[in-house]
Design a protein around this ligand. Structure first.
Ligand code: TZP
Ligand code: MG
Length: 234
């Protein structure tokens, strides 16, 4: 089958906590978000049992497959393997990338969270498909404040990894953390370096906590596609 080509432009990371999801069904929210234009989905759930993770991931995969959108699992290559979805997203404290690759094979999509240049270079060398760069802005969705790097930090990582990311197996890049309708264009603008730019943005609450996730995804999609009308210095 070969590795699927992935559109990272609007990347949804899920959250099942009541504060964000409310009492809605995660699959309904994800389906609405995908209808609205989400191009890639990561199932992120830090609390459920392995059995429940697999059951939910199977339901989510049935939805994402209908829309031809890849589903990745946060942290758990074993769950991705059980479900047969498109890949996994790992952090610096998770399973090492070469091991995840060994488990899931050459066609799996593997993303890595990075917040420093060294982490980003290592992920590229180890064969990541994409970098999840962040945290851009502090967010109550993930309450660790130690890796807030701002748009300047994202830009530094993009710049330092440009050469290695541009090789034949291009390593894509998205950023994450505190991204919403009011700042997405500014983030894309401030991290841009000529042709060296992000392939997309990842959001949780801007879609999952939205009253209407489909409309929220649509508005974000439009903002991402629109050339930012910024003046210098903004
Ligand atoms: N990794 C870095 S920040 C974050 C993750 C999973 C959460 C982002 O959530 P939100 O609601 O889009 O700020
Ligand atoms: Mg992790």
């Amino acid at each position: 089958m070969g590795k699927p080509s992935v559109d990272y432009s609007l990347y949804l990371v899920t959250d099942s906590t009541p504060a964000i999801l409310g009492d809605r069904d995660l699959c309904d929210v994800v389906e609405a978000a995908v209808r609205g234009g989400v191009t890639c989905v990561q199932f992120r759930d830090k609390t459920s049992s392995t059995g429940d993770l697999i059951a939910t991931a199977r339901r989510l995969h049935a939805v994402t497959q209908q829309y031809n959108v890849p589903l990745l699992i946060n942290d758990r290559a074993d769950v991705a393997l059980a479900v047969g979805c498109e890949g996994v997203h790992i952090g610096q404290d998770d399973l090492e990338l070469p091991l995840a690759r060994k488990l899931l094979g050459p066609d799996a999509i593997i993303g890595v969270t990075v917040s420093t240049i060294d982490e980003a270079l290592r992920a590229c060398e180890d064969g990541a498909d994409y970098l999840g760069i962040g945290t851009v802005y502090a967010t109550s969705t993930k309450k660790d404040t130690k890796n807030i790097i701002g748009t300047a930090g994202v830009r530094r990582i993009l710049e330092a990894t440009h050469a290695i990311r541009s090789k034949s197996d291009k390593v894509r890049a998205v950023c994450i953390g505190g991204i919403n309708e009011s700042n997405v264009q500014r983030i894309l603008y401030q991290t841009r370096l000529g042709f060296n730019r992000l392939d997309g943005v990842a959001v949780v609450s801007a879609i999952v906590a939205a009253e209407n996730p489909e409309a929220a995804a649509q508005r974000l999609c439009n903002l991402i596609a629109m050339p930012p009308p910024f003046k210098t210095g903004q």
